[in-house]
Ligand binder design. Sequence first.
Ligand SMILES: NC(=O)c1ccc[n+]([C@@H]2O[C@H](COP(=O)([O-])OP(=O)(O)OC[C@H]3O[C@@H](n4cnc5c(N)ncnc54)[C@H](OP(=O)(O)O)[C@@H]3O)[C@@H](O)[C@H]2O)c1
Length: 311
Amino acid sequence: MSRDALVFYSPVDDPVAWREALAKELPDLDFRADPEVGDPADVYYALVWAPPDGFFGRFPNLQLVTILGAGVDALLRRDDLVPVKFSRLSDPGMVALMTSYVVFAVTRYARDIHIFERAKRRGEWEYVHPRALSEIKVALLGLGELGGPAAQTLAAMGFTVAGWSRSPKTIPGVTSETGRAGLERVLAGNEIIVCLLPLTPESRGLLGTHELALMPKGAKFVNASRGAVVDEGALIAALRSGAIAEATLDVFETEPVPPGHPFWELDNVLITPHLASITVPSLAARDVAESIRRVKLGLPPLHEVDPGRGY
Ligand SMILES: NC(=O)c1ccc[n+]([C@@H]2O[C@H](COP(=O)([O-])OP(=O)(O)OC[C@H]3O[C@@H](n4cnc5c(N)ncnc54)[C@H](OP(=O)(O)O)[C@@H]3O)[C@@H](O)[C@H]2O)c1
């Protein structure tokens, strides 16, 4: 008899934690962690991160693919997926982790901590007079599930905050910009730029030599979305010349960043290994379960991805 099974695949997420979290929400769900898949025809749902090429071709009855995260760019470029519904996750744990990363990266620059880190390495007491947070202009590129709350939190902390998105937003304390002219205003008018744009055909390479040159001299750049939104060669040149003073990078075109890559040599770049935010199974399982219930009823899943739009 056919069973309603979910296949789980992730090189980084814990299948035991997900099995337990989903069992609380959907006790009847048949959870199968790859490679223990059984009869592939039983599989109606997939919960995955970075599955290998050809992974989906085995499952003739797949109806819903949920990505274990927010970025769906790699999933939408695959050729082994038949038209199914796609959803991404957006749980409070993921939002809180991303907000904490953005607050850390922005505050580190706003409070000159990067200068004190270097002074400590030199064994020097270096005083830099603090500035009021309201004097520090920060912009978020992308005001979605992750960028929106991060922008709102920075505004609540007292920073002067602007944001850029496809559609206009009403977020307390955040100036909303849209369109090409809005992007150029945001880049030119802010000292710290944080990128939280999804990687789509439109955003790939969006921040190139021209765009980076719009940023004020000595600006700081934080990228926590996808490496390929930025032209890394142009970013490296700007960081070498000092046009951009500092960068905090969590994401890269090639991950892990290979040995000998220029980013490793640049003293003004802080590298973190793509962990600005992760999904927390105990908090995200409710949404995964609800999406499965909805798809069973013929309804769209939660946080449905629009493949045409790319996010
Ligand atoms: N480093 C990490 O650990 C990590 C973890 C999770 C996610 N991420 C990355 O973070 C990205 C953002 O996540 P999210 O959940 O906030 O995404 P989201 O909810 O899909 O929001 C995307 C935002 O970008 C805007 N946008 C998209 N394309 C645009 C364009 N061409 N021009 C202007 N604005 C555009 C959207 O505008 P509208 O609101 O008008 O649609 C929206 O505000 C993900 O796609 C993923 O790549 C990274």
